[in-house]
Design a protein around this ligand. Sequence first.
Ligand code: DC
Length: 221
Amino acid sequence: MSIFQIAIDGPSGSGKSTLAKGVSKALGIMYLDTGAMYRTCGLSAIKKGIDPSDVDAVTDMLKSMSLEVKFVDGEQHMILDGEDVNGFIRTPEVSMAASKISALPVIRKAMVDYQREISKSESFVLDGRDIGSNVLPNAKYKFFLTASAETRAERRLLELNGRGDYSQNYEEVLRDIIQRDKQDSERAAAPLVKVDDAVEIDTSKITIEETLNTLLSYVKE
Ligand code: DC
């Protein structure tokens, strides 16, 4: 079978990663979580005491930073300067740093080049904000997920709590989601947008299973 790519874009908490994992499993293709790459850049800035919005400092950081995506038994591992940082990139602090640093074109160019390189040799489902619009404009299938900010905040809180992270309450999670939405969709470089050829699915009122089935029905057509 020939190689193909599936792009899943949408704001945080819209269900992208759960769905992308489901698609990857159902179709037996690889999954690349591009948000994890921006999160790793954000973590690097935090570790080095750099302001994630400071272009000059981040440009310098990029020169000496080693960021690697490794797949172990199909699972993505983020390696930052030789260390597996998967366990450190899902905190609220890193989420905010990732949103800020991902607005910088110098970071986006490096990550997008790497994403294209990774996904060209095998069939992949990628999730992010700009996959269908920018990373892989020729992806065979494109989906754009939406959900209300309140629904997404509830999901994010459950996810954080599920990992034993109780550092934020519902109001704080909601506030962060609204702020990140604004940053991610108003930035000049590859903002979050739905492209015309993407299928839009509102996940607010349907379950993950239903959304997955809807998505797969397009792919199998
Ligand atoms: O999907 P996520 O929440 O893990 O993404 C973390 C941040 O990275 C998010 O605020 C926006 C940014 N991002 C991006 O700009 N482009 C992508 N393709 C993926 C994520």
